[in-house]
Design a protein around this ligand. Structure first.
Ligand SMILES: O=C1C[C@@](O)(C(=O)O)C[C@@H](O)[C@@H]1O
Length: 150
């Protein structure tokens, strides 16, 4: 049985590829999700992808992952910097959590330097572009002891 992973993207990440491409690059969200599924398969992870612009919907998706998913890769977008509700939902999730930011949030405006999600994340990847999602999956596979043939 493959190890199940939820790939969760928050607000405005549906606009990847067209939104501020000088910051977020040219790859679209479908590109990113397809690459993540392929990487996941190679690592023994079954990746289910979701994106929403709504904070409560992110909370719902994290709650639904409880007992279903071994890990979550999350880019909470701007909610990283504001949402105690998403942190609380992640605190109620007992699997591994990797936080991803496409841009280097520490090189940007000071309001982006703090992330509530980082209090819970087992690892944080920022500034590696959309490759960060792949790196996060590799880390999850390691943390969870996933095997390609499992
Ligand atoms: O929407 C986003 C995307 C982001 O999470 C990133 O992937 O670099 C960084 C956030 O500050 C921003 O609000």
């Amino acid at each position: 049985m493959p190890t199940r992973i939820l790939l969760l993207n928050g607000p405005n990440l549906n606009l990847l590829g067209t939104r501020e491409p000088e910051i977020y690059g040219a790859k679209t969200l479908p590109d990113v999700e397809a690459a993540a599924r392929a990487t996941g398969t190679a690592l023994g992870l079954e990746v289910t992808a979701a994106q929403t612009n709504h904070e409560g919907a992110l909370v719902d998706l994290i709650q639904q992952a409880r007992g279903q998913m071994a890990g979550i890769v999350i880019n909470p977008g701007a909610y990283s910097h504001t949402s105690v509700a998403i942190l609380d939902a992640l605190n109620a999730f007992d699997g591994a959590v990797m936080e991803v930011h496409v841009s280097n949030i520490h090189r940007r405006e000071t309001f982006r330097h703090h992330s509530y999600v980082s209090y819970r994340a087992d690892g944080v990847i920022a500034g590696c572009g959309v490759q960060g999602y792949e790196l996060a999956l590799r880390r999850l596979a390691q943390l969870l002891g996933a095997r390609p043939d499992a």
